[in-house]
Design a protein around this ligand. Structure first.
Ligand code: GH3
Ligand code: MG
Ligand code: MG
Ligand code: MG
Length: 303
């Protein structure tokens, strides 16, 4: 993941065509949140796309020249990255039909002008709390509890997204399947608790090899891991370095017939853009390469 220069206050985007409204809201919310401002729909969409990874809430004026708030909401919902951002409409219309329309479009809440600061603060706080809870739940649903890596479900999801990304960018997509060697013997010899510790250590090393923003290290299941490396021309080299580092951790494995320490076998497939094979086929081929690594002596990378 990339380093974030700013603090981690929740980010709010205020969109209003009138400067006085923007400054009033910015002053009201600026103490507790990181506040961004936009004076029209198109710039709101640009900022939201750029900040989608940390933007939790948009305070959105309904009537603006050019693109109105309803259109902005509709556009935000169309893009995967911005679809989940909470929206509070702000409007001068004290019109029940307009309010109903906004809520039906999927706004989380509605406040009317003239703005009552205390009410806006509370409504914003409520929506931010909900958004943070949603984020925490989403994270729980994506992460493997033992290793903290992406779980299988998230891996499947990200593999599909990575394939789309690589198609768009005309990039190759590296896919690795990794399996710990003689891990049943490790458990038998050292016990399941120490087995879990070894899994965590291997996972930590794997995570350090998923360096770029779109790389993903996952627990594929049991003592198997996976690595997605979008846009890497040298996926094999990355995985080979990982394999060597696992061996260098020197986790003793007295029962292994491969080496005195814990080792891994890896299959690496490079999917070329334009190749339209289904991902199931790709996974099957990566698994065949892993099997080749196992049958040709373990503790190696086959590509
Ligand atoms: P190979 O080198 O052919 O991969 O042999 P292996 O023994 O590693 O493969 P096998 O599939 O026979 O055994 C996998 C072992 O991984 C068996 C299972 O108990 C262990 N395992 C799977 N998940 C966990 C876990 O969460 N914790 C621990 N401690 N062990 C696990
Ligand atoms: Mg306006
Ligand atoms: Mg296995
Ligand atoms: Mg194994």
């Amino acid at each position: 993941m990339q380093a974030e220069p700013d603090n981690d206050q929740p980010t709010i985007l205020i969109v209003d065509d009138e400067r006085v409204n923007r400054s009033m809201l910015a002053e009201l919310l600026g103490q507790q949140y990181r506040v961004l401002l936009a004076k029209d729909g198109p710039s709101a969409l640009t900022i939201a796309a750029r900040e989608s990874h940390r933007l939790l809430l948009v305070l959105l004026d309904v009537s603006m020249p050019g693109m109105n708030g309803y259109e902005v909401l509709t556009q935000l919902r169309k893009q995967e990255a911005t679809a989940g951002i909470a929206i509070i409409f702000i409007t001068g219309q004290s019109d029940a039909a307009a309010e109903e329309y906004g809520l039906r479009l999927g706004a989380a809440d509605y406040v009317s002008k003239p703005i009552r600061p205390a009410v806006v603060s509370v409504r914003v706080r409520n929506q931010i709390d909900l958004a943070l809870q949603r984020q925490a739940l989403q994270r729980l649903a994506q992460v493997d509890g033992l290793t903290n890596l992406a779980n299988r479900r998230h891996f499947d999801d990200m593999l599909q997204r990575s394939q789309r990304l690589c198609l768009r960018r005309h990039d190759p997509l590296g896919l690795a399947l990794i399996d710990i060697d003689h891990f049943k013997l490790y458990n038998d010899h050292y016990g399941h608790v120490q087995g879990d510790e070894a899994l965590k250590q291997v996972a930590g090393t794997l995570a350090r090899h998923a360096r770029r923003p779109y790389d993903l290290a996952a627990r594929f299941g049991g003592e198997e891991f996976a690595l997605i490396l979008p846009g890497h021309a040298d996926a094999v080299a990355v995985v080979e370095r990982f394999r060597q580092e696992v061996q260098k951790m020197a986790i003793a494995h007295a029962a292994s017939t491969t080496a005195p320490e814990l080792t891994v076998s890896c299959g690496v497939l490079t999917i070329h853009c334009g190749q339209t094979d289904g991902l199931e086929d790709c996974l099957r081929r990566a698994d065949e390469l892993l099997y080749e690594a196992k049958t040709s002596g373990r503790n190696r990378v086959c590509a």
